[in-house]
Every structure is written in C-alpha cells, then in structure tokens.
Design a protein around this ligand. Structure first.
Ligand SMILES: [Zn+2]
Length: 481
C-alpha cells in the first residue's frame, strides 16, 4: 500500500550533528574483534487515545477547531485553529496530505560506499476521534504539524501562477536508523545512529518526516538543541519542509541526475558527520593514510595531508538555493509571528529571515570569505557551537540568501502574498538558469541575481537606490553601480 522509494532524505531541516548516547562493547564476530556503538536515543510519544487507533475512529467527516499547543515567540502557546480542510473517514486526509503515518521504522545500512534501504515496519494511519487533545501525545504533535502544512499548502495555492502540487505523505515520529560498518584487517566496527531532532523531505516519494526528540537534547533542556523543545512544537519546521516540496515541484522536476547528486551529497554529509563528530579516530586514520581515497560522492582524503577535501558541484549551489527558498517560504506562509524562531537555540536569528546576523553576530553577507569557503574543495572544520554558522552548510548559505532576497522583496511590498508571488516567479526563473552550463559559484550568483531581475520586471523599472541597499548583502556581485 505505502510505497517508499529507496532514497536517502534529500533535504534536512538542520545540518545534523552526531547525536547523543554512549558506546558499548559487543562480543567479537568471527575472527575479527567486533565493536558496536549506539547514538541518538529517541523519545517516542504515546497516543492519548489508543482505542481510537484500533479501528474505532469516528467517521467525523470534516475536522473542526482544535486547541493546539506549540511554541510562538519563544514561549509555549495555545491557540484555536480550524483544521476543516481535513476530513476523516477512518483515516485523515486533505488535498495537501494523503496519508498520515505513525510507527514507521526503516534503516539504511552503509558499508563499503554503498547504502541499502530496509523497511522494518510500514506503520499505520493515525486516527483522530476527539476534538480535545493534550500536549505530550502523538495526536497533538500530528494536529499541530497539520496546521502548519495546511497553512503552507493554502498559501502556495493562493499565489497566482502556482502549480497544482502533489499531495504529500506525513510520517510522524518514524524510527529512521543509519547503520555504518567500518572494517579493517583486525576489527569490524558498527555504528548505529537513530535520527532524532530533525525533519526530512524525501523528494522521490513526496514525504515529510517529523522525527522524534532525542533524549540528549531533552535532558539538556533550555540549554540544549531547540531549547529542549521537540521539533513538531516549532511551526516553522513543517512549513520549511513543505517549502522543499514546493521547490522540488518546480525545480528541475525531471532531472534524475540532479536528485542522485543531492542524495549523494546528503549521504556524504552524513558520513562526514559520523567520521568527524562520532568517530574522529577513523577520520584521523583516513587522513594519515596515503592510500585511503573515496570515490565520487564520498569524502576524499589527500595524500599526507591532515585536511580532508571534497568535490564541489552544481549541487552545492542548488542545496543553498533550496534551503534559502524553504526558509523564505516558511516565513511568508506562516507570517512573522508564527514563523519566528525567537529564543530557540541553534535557530534563533540564524534562520529568522528578517534578522541581519547569525546568532554568533556574524553578519548575513555574502562576503568573499564566505563564498570562497562555501565552494572550497577543502573541508572546513565544523564549529562546535550550533549558533556559529558552518560556512560549508547549505543552511547557512541559504540563510544569507533568504535574508538578502527578503530585504529586496520587502522594498516591493510588505505583504506575504505579494512576496510569495515574487518567490514563485523567482523559482521558475532559477529552474531555467540550471539548464545553462554554469560553474557552481556562477550558478548560485546567477540564480540570486535573478531575484533582482524579477523585481525589475515586476516594477517595470531598474532597481532603485533602496533596492541597491539589499544588493549590499550580495556585494560581491556588483549589480548596482
Ligand atoms: Zn531544509
């Protein structure tokens, strides 16, 4: 019934870190010593009404109003929202979402440069029987996520010239596990990493996954990732993931090669995180080995160098465009109040489209330094602190782009719908630019400059002095004279 394409997640909400948890030794396998380590223990949510899930769901027709709880302006907030676009005939659905699935469990095994997908459980449709749910249960997490997706869907639909989008599937709290095997002559090491504290968009199957909170971030509370909140509590997250659905529905829709590259790039990113943050001793070993080199799409380690180097392709530019677009889309579709990431660790300011600096107070400007490092073939050291932008993270480059483009669009209108219309026009224009044979750096530049051309076309005149100030963020590009 449920088809899941064997793809790795294509777009993440955050550039994921190593995750928490401790290691443990395991008995040997065969003649080689065998060790196993586990990372990222998820905190799963229970159903408030388990009997409802066992086929007793009311055939309620259209859903009504719900008192939903989520984080707004950095605080816990309760607000009544209509979910009348959703109907329930045993299973919930709407034009925007066709299946809502809980309990899904799958794994990716990574060994010798290959990744293999395994489905462990397909999960089941989440049912709603009542109008009153409390925070801390899976029903509330689901309804709050649906509110956000519904807003994103309706916003996009309201824009003139918008396409009909495919309905998505929503995976609530799936257990997604990456299993890595590292092997040498003496031992086999197995690393099991359960994905937590993140959200994914899977392009091939049009699925959005809202992952469970990790025990580590939960235990750290206010000082931890997302200030101790679960990912579903932040409305920005689901709207951002829906933004990836919009981006993918316009951008290079039939370009299989691009999506293979995107998949490889994310795979590479995950390997890099496992090496650098989870398993640094393997990184050191690779870096000191003359012979150790990896194929295309994987990290390459230079001979006799301590630095790791990487391939830079058009996909590096596309990832930044995709992330910046998704942040802008979330901001315009939810509005400033609800999209606001105030007081949320690792997101505040950095991912707030309307704030001019990252949390570390580095200005959101496409400086020569930022551009050089983003496209550098050397792997730049990842900062320890999540509030400091990582110069090779597409979310950081995307945040600069989102800030600058919003500044430009704000000179045309303060209305989300008008900005949304410009955003879609710009996306269509970016889609055409990809066809040109441009180097990664030029692809990013040309795509960003297309936003200025869209504004000129919209206003029927060249960009003015105020609009040139927005161009300051992209100072390098010298669009204004
Ligand atoms: Zn994203």
């Amino acid at each position: 019934m449920h088809k899941f394409l064997k793809l790795l997640p294509l777009c993440l909400l955050v550039s994921c870190g190593g995750g928490g948890g401790g290691g443990d030794g395991a008995p040997s396998a065969g003649q080689k010593a065998f060790t196993s380590k586990q990372y990222g223990r998820p905190i799963m949510l229970a159903f408030q009404d388990p009997s409802c899930q066992k086929g007793k769901a009311l055939e309620v027709g259209t859903l009504g109003n719900y008192n939903l709880s989520y984080i707004k302006e950095g605080r816990a907030y309760n607000g009544v929202h209509s979910l009348s676009s959703f109907s329930s005939n045993q299973n919930l659905k709407s034009e925007a979402v066709k299946n809502i699935i809980g309990g899904m469990h799958f794994s990716f095994t990574h060994q010798n440069g290959r990744s293999e997908y395994n489905s462990i459980s397909k999960g089941q449709g989440i049912k709603i029987c009542d109008t009153h749910y409390s925070s801390g249960y899976l029903e509330m997490a689901t309804l709050t996520t649906l509110m956000s997706i519904d807003k994103a869907y309706s916003f996009h639909k309201s824009l003139s010239g918008s396409k009909n989008l495919k309905a998505i599937d929503l995976l609530m709290y799936p257990t997604i596990v990456d299993i890595y095997y590292f092997e040498d002559e003496k031992k086999v090491e197995k690393i099991v990493s359960t994905n937590v504290d993140n959200a994914y968009y899977f392009k091939g199957s049009s699925e959005i996954a809202i992952l469970p909170q990790g025990r580590n971030s939960y235990n750290k509370g206010a000082s931890g990732f997302l200030s101790g909140h679960a990912i579903w509590e932040i409305p920005f997250v689901a709207a951002h993931e829906y933004g990836h659905h919009v981006f993918s529905s316009y951008y290079q829709t039939n370009n299989k090669n691009l999506y293979n590259q995107l998949r490889k790039a994310n795979d590479q990113h995950k390997m890099e995180v496992v090496y650098k943050e989870v398993h640094p001793e393997i990184l050191r070993k690779l870096a000191s080995s003359k012979s150790q080199r990896y194929e295309d799409g994987k990290l390459l380690y230079g001979d006799d160098r301590q630095e790791a180097y990487r391939k830079v392709k058009k996909i590096n530019a596309v990832k930044a465009l995709n992330e910046g677009f998704a942040d802008l889309f979330a901001y315009y579709s939810l509005g400033k109040e609800m999209a606001n990431l105030k007081d949320i660790n690792c997101f505040k300011n950095s991912r707030d489209v309307f704030v001019d600096s990252f949390s570390s107070s580095l200005k959101k400007e496409l400086s020569s330094w930022f551009e050089y490092n983003y496209f550098s073939t050397y792997v730049v050291e990842r900062p320890k602190d999540c509030n400091t932008p990582y110069v090779q993270d597409s979310h950081a480059m995307g945040a600069i782009m989102a800030f600058g483009v919003d500044k430009l669009f704000s000179t045309v209108s303060s209305l989300g719908t008008k900005k949304g219309q410009l955003l879609i026009k710009w996306l269509k224009s970016m889609d055409k630019i990809y066809e040109k044979d441009l180097a990664p750096k030029t692809l990013l530049k040309t795509s960003i400059l297309a936003a200025f051309e869209i504004v000129e076309e919209d206003q029927g005149s060249p960009i003015n002095h105020e609009q040139c100030l927005a161009m300051k963020i992209f100072d390098k590009y010298k669009y204004c004279h």
